[in-house]
Write a protein that binds this ligand. Structure first.
Ligand SMILES: NC(=O)c1ccc[n+]([C@@H]2O[C@H](COP(=O)([O-])OP(=O)(O)OC[C@H]3O[C@@H](n4cnc5c(N)ncnc54)[C@H](OP(=O)(O)O)[C@@H]3O)[C@@H](O)[C@H]2O)c1
Length: 450
């Protein structure tokens, strides 16, 4: 049943029903089914008789945006910005430690995307190689190998390429018109998905609907340019090899183009690290807000979507909540993020994010902390609660999606304590259902009325 039908049956105007949905008075989306968003049964204050509602999201963009995965673009370059040389053999820029870094990135991703040019030139396997990382994925209930994805406009894909013959699934996006030909060529080696327009947003929307929360983009030049110019990369990881290529005909990191991140809009440098003899630079590509006032609600919702995606990365626990947290500075740049159990079995998401910033970081007082769950006010595993850490950091604005259920403490009071300390607390009930999804197994343990 869609929302309009549900409203008609109850004599409620569809616009009113939609407004209730937007205001969080109806249960929020739990999973998606094509054009419709399924809203699971839940106790609903305004409309108690609801058991299931399908709400139609208004525009294609909105649907794609709700579903869009977090995109990490990873590339290895020479000192002079080349990602290969012009010879007939593949240039290896990475050292063994960097190959391990890429393996870990792949293992942390739901899908890996490369362009057809890279397939033809490098014939990669696109696999998680480490047996340990494969086992960790399996322990998280994931397939040992992420989905492999490519795009082609020509359909020039050799069925002998290695990636088709590996464990796991491969997906090809191509224009609708050539899809039958590509299918005939590849047979059951891959799923071929024809699209009216092969645009980055369409591909990301489709991947999101398939459950891909985190996409790793691994080249080459055309694909880097495509994603970066579309402004649809969240994180750029650049591993720089300590040598020059020095050949103007070799492929560069990107083609000449107009990028959203130019000298007026700088990316946020999140990390600099040695990886053997290579330097890893990690940038966050969140577009700066033109004004420094509080972010509009739409932006809060967008950041909370990111925090929800982070929560899905928490190692599962039968005894603790899975939470995602992001700290965003006054210009609208992400400066840190974290998730539950990210670095040790007890660390909380807010704590993990704050730990990545130096104490007294001058950006913190004007930053917003986004957390999928109300910050804890009582803590057994650590001397300080997240409320205390937030106050000590000087953060004055916290956005959260769910109240803490009374499961591990009798009367959670994080929101009240922060508000009493003068922190501006913003609740996003419309995302509460999605944010509590990773904790569904715990909510079943709630005492009656809890
Ligand atoms: N150092 C690194 O980290 C790294 C990583 C990966 C790759 N590389 C290098 O990158 C180079 C390859 O780069 P490249 O630019 O030639 O190829 P590419 O970016 O891998 O792929 C480009 C191809 O993707 C398809 N494509 C792109 N946009 C599309 C769209 N909108 N719709 C449908 N299909 C689309 C087209 O395939 P069709 O031609 O089939 O239509 C296009 O030719 C190689 O030298 C490789 O070694 C380096």
């Amino acid at each position: 049943m869609n929302l309009k039908e549900w409203a008609r049956q109850r004599g409620v105007h569809p616009v009113t029903a939609y407004r209730w949905f937007r205001e969080g008075k109806l249960p929020v989306p739990a999973r998606r089914a094509g054009r419709l968003i399924l809203v699971d049964q839940a106790p609903v204050s305004a409309v108690p008789e609801i058991t299931a509602v399908y709400a139609r999201v208004s525009s294609a963009d909105q649907r794609a945006d709700l579903a869009r995965p977090y995109v990490v673009l990873s590339a290895a370059t020479s000192i002079d910005g080349y990602i290969d040389d012009a010879s007939s053999t593949r240039l290896v820029l990475s050292n063994p430690a960097d190959l391990d870094r890429v393996d870990a990135l792949r293992a942390a991703s739901d899908a890996i995307l490369v362009g057809a040019g890279t397939l033809r030139r490098d014939d990669p396997h696109l696999l998680v190689r480490s047996a340990g990382l494969q086992a960790e994925r399996a322990a998280r209930g994931l397939a040992p190998q992420p989905l492999r994805v490519t795009v082609t406009a020509s359909g020039d894909l050799d069925p002998g390429l290695r990636l088709w013959h590996q464990e796991g699934t491969t997906l090809v996006y191509c224009p609708e018109a050539i899809a039958p030909r590509v299918r005939a060529r590849l047979g059951d080696l891959a799923e071929v998905r024809g699209l009216g327009t092969v645009a980055v947003g369409t591909v990301l929307g489709d991947l999101g609907h398939r459950g891909v929360r985190r996409l790793l983009v691994e080249g080459g030049t055309t694909i880097h340019t495509w994603f970066l110019t579309a402004g649809l990369v969240d994180e750029l990881q650049l591993a720089i090899a300590p040598f020059f290529v020095g050949d103007a005909t070799a492929p560069r990191l990107v083609n000449p183009a107009r990028f959203p991140f130019d000298r007026e809009h700088r990316m946020t440098l999140a990390e600099v690290r040695s990886v053997g003899d290579m330097a890893l630079l990690r940038y966050l590509l969140t577009r700066a807000r033109p004004t420094a006032g509080p972010p509009p609600r739409q932006e809060d919702l967008r950041w909370m979507e990111r925090a929800i995606a982070l929560a899905s990365r928490c190692p599962p626990s039968p005894r603790a909540f899975s939470v995602g947290a992001i700290i965003v500075d006054r210009e609208g740049n992400e400066i840190a993020h974290g998730y539950s159990r990210e670095s040790d079995p007890h660390i909380h998401a807010e704590e993990a994010a704050l730990a990545k910033l130096p104490a007294g970081d001058p950006r913190l007082p004007a930053s917003t902390l986004y957390s999928t769950l109300e910050p804890c006010a009582e803590r057994r595993s650590r001397p300080r609660s997240c409320v205390q850490l937030i106050l000590a950091a000087g953060i004055r604005r916290v956005v959260f999606a769910c109240r803490e259920p009374a499961l591990f403490v009798a009367s959670p009071s994080g929101v009240e304590q922060l508000a009493a300390a003068g922190v501006s607390m913003i609740e996003l009930p419309e995302l509460a259902g999605r944010a509590s999804e990773p904790n569904r197994h715990l909510l079943g343990q709630l005492p009656p009325g809890g």
